[in-house]
Design a protein around this ligand. Structure first.
Ligand code: ATP
Ligand code: MG
Ligand code: MG
Length: 551
């Protein structure tokens, strides 16, 4: 599939350009550094950077860092790494909303001087109460009519730390009866005696998201400020600030529907809980939909970008995207680009009784069936091999074409073998199979009979032991956080991680961190990026072979 789903913003910008109404396009991706990025953010990244790329514009990376209590340098570093890994380059330096704190403060003073902002002494609870509801207009604060001079003085004293947190706020003076509650004198500044990762202890007050965002866009010359639909109701406020301040340009806010994926969560807050509670192994656990988790799981940047193209961009909210579509995107990439190898996840020893002890043959096998550029790999064959336990059944049903007592199967790229004897230990467990090779079957069909099954295998003498981690959905239900009051932790999949002691063909011994393979008949796997060289190999299952995504 190379088709792209509709993207109404791209369409709109193309029309603006064709009508001669657009200059250089400037977008921005504005994460708050309070967690790692997830697949929902990838949608926003691909959209913002993609538009800039497509229309020869710029996309900025700007940290929306107005809430120092929840933010950390480690998140800033991780976010930069994720955006770069996805293959995007931000224009100019990394930016911070906190770079604009001086300008924002000057603009706050400007509003005060114009009689459009005031210092309010109501408590946060009182402010909420005075604000009214959807059906009931708000009431003015008793502090609403302070003089500009008094407000300027109080604001300055808030800034230098004369008041305690919660004692005062700065509010815009708009309309306490506005049908849109966001316009009922929104808060511009709160007192926070917090250390900030960028500005240190300079500020004792911090601007609100609403007072920061549009003005930061304006300072940077952003033309299209793209955000998710929950900000639609904030747009009149976004525009009010731009109309009432001497900003250099007027950016436009455009909203789109956020991505929701089934069987997972796309909320930083909930992902953080999984990390903090130790339910997963850090922010880059391969079961998380974080970009770094997906990277560790084996997703390629191209597959994530492809997925974002497939889902499109609309204003229709509420839909759940099927995670099978994401699996489809990575599978399509790996089908084409991952070299093949054989690995046995649950080894069962097979002794080939008519093969001499010192016998050894080495097959040259294509690295990829359709990619000559991937060359060949060497696959040794010896008297003892491992096959997967799943490929043997002592009492098979009718159409079991794999190995069973008295039954034949082909070892992939090698001979047809017959199972002659099942060797068990004292407890009655199968320890090994004794089989014999038909030496007339290398590269040709056996005489007088059909052997349907082909199974993968690894030479016992040459195979490399490895740990294979089989990852599955973290949740058992499509929408773990559907019921707001219920605990989404109740829906965890107890089998989201299964660890196997596996054996791989020798060509895998050189697999560097993050190298990806198709283990034939098994699935797609990626060498873990943290398991260092010299240690035992660790492979993470990215996705199985079977595609269940239906268009
Ligand atoms: P979360 O709700 O997970 O905490 P957020 O929106 O608070 O995410 P931000 O760091 O503020 O996280 O997001 C940066 C940008 O990514 C914003 O423009 C936001 O709209 C966008 N974004 C976040 N989540 C999604 C999503 N699920 N789908 C599309 N865009 C998203
Ligand atoms: Mg946010
Ligand atoms: Mg949020």
């Amino acid at each position: 599939d190379t088709t792209s789903a509709p993207n109404f913003i791209r369409h709109q910008i193309r029309e603006e350009i064709e009508a001669g109404r657009a200059g250089k396009i400037v977008t921005r991706f504005p994460p708050e550094p309070n967690g790692f990025l997830h697949i929902g953010h990838a949608k926003s990244i691909c959209l913002n950077f993609g538009l800039a790329e497509q229309f020869g514009g710029d996309c900025h990376l700007r940290f929306d860092d107005t809430n120092p209590a929840k933010e950390e340098q480690a998140y800033i570093d991780a976010i930069k790494e994720d955006v770069a890994w996805l293959g995007f380059e931000w224009a100019g330096p990394v930016r911070f909303a906190s770079d604009y704190f001086d300008q924002l403060y000057a603009w706050a003073q400007h509003l005060v001087r114009e009689g459009k902002a005031y210092v309010d002494d109501l408590s946060p609870e009182e402010i909420r109460e005075y604000r009214g509801t959807l059906t009931e207009p708000g009431r003015p604060s008793p502090y609403r009519e302070r003089s500009a001079a008094e407000n300027l003085d109080l604001l300055e004293r808030m800034r230098v730390g004369e008041f305690a947190e919660g004692e005062k706020v700065l509010r815009a003076k708009i309309d306490m009866a506005a049908p849109n509650i966001n316009l009922r004198d929104p808060i511009l500044y709160r007192i926070r005696h917090a250390h900030h990762h960028q500005t240190g202890d300079k500020w004792k007050i911090y601007p609100s998201y609403d007072f920061t965002h549009g003005q930061s866009d304006a300072i940077e010359g952003v033309t299209h400020s793209i955000c998710t639909l929950e900000f639609e109701d904030h747009r009149p406020l976004y525009e009010w600030f731009l109309d009432n301040l001497p900003v250099p340009v007027i950016p436009r806010q455009i909203e789109f529907a956020r991505l929701n994926l089934n069987y997972t969560l796309t909320s930083k807050r909930k992902l953080k809980l999984l990390v903090d509670e130790g339910i997963v192994d850090g922010w880059d656990d391969p079961r998380l939909p974080t970009i770094s988790g997906m990277r560790r799981r084996g997703y390629t940047p191209a597959s994530i970008r492809r997925f974002c193209e497939m889902i499109g961009v609309t204003r229709a909210d509420g839909g759940l995207v099927d995670i099978a579509m994401l699996y489809h995107a990575i599978r399509a990439d790996l089908e084409e680009n991952a070299p093949r190898a054989m690995a046995v996840l649950r080894p069962l020893k097979v002794v080939l009784t008519n093969v001499p002890e010192d016998f050894e043959e080495v097959y040259e096998v294509p690295g990829h069936p359709a990619r000559e550029d991937m060359g060949v790999r060497k696959v040794p064959f010896t008297r003892e091999v491992y096959i997967d336990q799943d490929d043997f059944m002592e009492a098979p049903p009718k159409k079991f074409f794999r190995l069973a007592p008295g039954q034949e199967v082909r070892l992939r790229n090698s001979y047809v073998i017959r199972c002659d004897e099942v060797i068990k230990n004292a407890a009655g467990e199968i320890e090994a199979l004794h089989c014999s090779v038909d030496f007339d079957t290398l590269g040709r069909n056996p005489e007088g009979r059909k052997v349907k099954g082909v199974i993968h295998w690894v030479s016992a003498a040459h195979g490399v032991p490895m740990e294979v981690r089989l990852y599955d959905n973290l949740f058992q239900v499509e929408q773990p956080d559907k019921d707001k009051d219920a605990d989404f932790l109740d829906h965890l999949n107890p089998e989201s991680l299964v660890v196997c002691r596996a054996i791989g063909e020798p060509s895998l011994a050189d697999a560097g961190p993050e190298s990806r393979f198709q283990f034939e008949r098994v699935g797609y796997f990626c060498a873990d990026r943290h398991a260092s060289r010299g240690d035992e190999l660790v492979f993470n299952r990215t996705v199985g072979l079977k595609d269940s995504w239906a268009k």
